[in-house]
Design a protein around this ligand. Structure first.
Ligand SMILES: [Zn+2]
Length: 346
């Protein structure tokens, strides 16, 4: 019995908390394959061809293929995942997904290539495929199951465009809207006062919108936020249509006092400043409007999974819950190419 077979006896799939954990858990391709098997069949192998349960045959040379004892047909552990039809070892994919999902603010092709001793081509291909899972749009609406006093902050900001030395203004800039859940940690007796009154960000949505007009705003809010949610915005008239769409709307009059916005829309402003720092730092601010939505999606992917590295890891590899993995066909055909990776590549 291989030394890592015991991962299947764990009640829940184990996930490493550190690089040392990672090395122990995913020491070789066999260990990775066993882990994939546990993800696909939490209660043990079931043959997708004939429904037979019970230990399949395993080949020492092809760890990703299981053979049914009854019908003798083969099942691939990587079908439907990002690793399908690849010759790259599972350990390399697992390392890649782990680094991409846990290293902030991401990892470059060059770093990845050096860390794993890969060729530039392989490093580029793997990172590109893993990132495809990040830039997919998540269409779930936020704000649906908030507790009492919790709400959604919505605001808009301009990104990019302005070249240093030129006048400031919306010329050449892209308008981005954000909706972010604001939740509150319940205060316990004897606690010290909490930062921001115990408020913290839940899930985030970011989207490029064409204008600040009511039509754009309504369209964004309707696809991003569940009706019925309490929504806080500034007093801009473009938000006035929200109550008619079923939202509880609290417009905050900022006037000329920036402290008012800071007090009532603190989380969304924090998101915007983090987003801009990330675009500036990681991507040197050189993000064309054409590629901006893909970057926004990556930012949202990282933001929404920052407390759940296990989910990020699984999403990147294309391992779905209950064995229903999403297909990655079509993702690769997307036009979006990561400019940083492309420049490392070229
Ligand atoms: Zn079978």
């Amino acid at each position: 019995m291989p030394p890592h077979a015991d991962v299947l006896q764990w009640e829940h799939l184990p996930f490493p908390k550190s690089l040392r954990d990672f090395q122990r858990l995913f020491a070789d391709d066999d260990a990775c394959a066993r882990w994939l098997e546990g993800a696909k069949w939490p209660k043990g192998f079931v043959c997708p061809h004939c429904g037979e349960k019970g230990e399949p045959f395993r080949m020492a040379t092809r760890t990703t293929v299981l053979t049914c004892r009854k019908c003798r047909k083969q099942t691939s552990l990587t079908v439907g995942t990002v690793m399908q039809r690849t010759h790259t070892p599972l350990t390399v994919w697992f390392w890649g997904a782990y680094l991409v999902s846990t290293v902030t603010p991401g990892i470059s092709t060059v770093q990845f290539e050096r860390q794993l001793g890969l060729t530039r081509e392989t490093a580029f291909q793997i990172l590109h495929k893993l990132r495809a899972g990040m830039v997919r749009q998540n269409r779930d609406r936020i704000g649906g199951n908030l507790g009492r006093g919790d709400h959604v902050e919505i605001d808009e900001t301009y990104i990019g465009g302005a070249v240093r030395g030129q006048g400031r203004g919306p010329q050449g800039q892209t308008l981005v809207m954000a909706a972010v859940e604001v939740r509150t940690r319940p205060a316990k007796k004897g606690d010290k006062p909490m930062r921001r009154g115990g408020r913290y960000a839940g899930r985030l949505r970011l989207e490029i919108v064409p204008t600040r007009g009511a039509k754009s705003i309504n369209a964004f809010v309707e696809q991003a936020v569940e009706p019925g949610a309490m929504v806080i915005t500034d007093a801009w008239g473009g938000y006035n249509g929200l109550p008619a769409l079923g939202y509880q709307h609290l417009p905050v009059v900022e006037g000329n006092d920036p402290n008012v916005a800071e007090e009532y829309l603190p989380i969304v402003h924090l998101v915007f400043s983090n987003l801009k720092a990330w675009l500036q730092g990681t991507h040197h601010g050189r993000v064309s409007p054409k590629h901006l939505q893909a970057y926004l999606n990556e930012f949202v992917f990282r933001f929404n999974r920052r407390f759940y590295p296990f989910n990020a890891f699984r999403s990147l590899l294309g391992i779905g819950a209950n064995g229903e993995a999403p297909t990655y066909d079509g993702l690769y055909s997307g036009e979006w190419k990561h400019p940083t990776m492309a420049s490392h590549h070229g």
